[in-house]
Design a protein around this ligand. Sequence first.
Ligand code: C2E
Ligand code: CA
Ligand code: CA
Ligand code: CA
Length: 275
Amino acid sequence: AKEAGGSAYRFFESEMDLRLQERRRLERDLRHAVNNDQLELHYQPLVDCAHLTVTGCEALLRWHHPERGPISPCTFIPLAEECGLIMQLGEWVLRTACRETASWPDDKIVAVNLSPIQFRQSDLADQILGILAETGLAPHRLELEITEGVLIEDTERVLATLKALKAHGIRISLDDFGTGYSSLSYLHRFPFDKIKIDRSFIWAMEENSDSMSIVRAVIALGRSLRITVTAEGVETPTQLAWLQAEDCDQAQGYLLGKPMSRADIATLWANAQGR
Ligand code: C2E
Ligand code: CA
Ligand code: CA
Ligand code: CA
């Protein structure tokens, strides 16, 4: 019995080693990818519910690993956050998104995801304003998506950064609303221009009347606070019709457009022009 326990332990130990090695390897490859331009942004349409027009897109990071193929941001973003690489990665995303968007029609905006960790840089606002100046993208065309995770960072610093950015006309959006630490007091303390209702609520709406009530309540809340409300993960015509009936401002999801390459987005704009 003693021996069996021992080998189970050794097995466990080598499993741990493997996982650690695996992480280190992925970390090293990601660092290489950032430095060698092996990353790409895809863009997913943000659609006005009432008119079904595309108001802009959310930039979503894509990594095609040379041997392993595509790796999900849900895997590598947390890794980048843990090893500190997120600062460099986040800056690359901002610069690339602003540069690529600058050549879009000038009524189209871009939404960029920011990791809570990026707010630990005291010069984040200056970095973003510098990138706008450098790329020539007008500040009102940039929207920053932050998650509720940012609320456990240094609140005063986060608030100062957001206020500085807003003073220049950049919009701030609260992502994945309803999944984290959301508290109504944050909506009041933080200068959000938009709330994105997490897709889990949209998916549950059809079977679960509680989810429907929650979505309806968030739409009403947004209206009374004059904050734009976006529904994420819209996949079915039924979901869209319901959101339209409830006067939800915007929708995003596979039904309205999947994340697309920069070239496909350019084609989308070219086709829309003729309408
Ligand atoms: P998110 O910010 O909530 O982004 C929306 C995610 O939902 C994207 O996944 C998008 O492809 C997916 N999605 C959109 N509509 C639908 C739909 O109708 N059905 C389904 N099943 N999925 C839909 P993606 O691109 O895999 O990104 C996952 C997460 O990774 C993002 O969630 C975001 O948290 C993070 N992420 C992606 N790019 C970046 C980035 O540049 N910076 C940071 N910090 N995080 C990023
Ligand atoms: Ca987002
Ligand atoms: Ca989201
Ligand atoms: Ca998310």
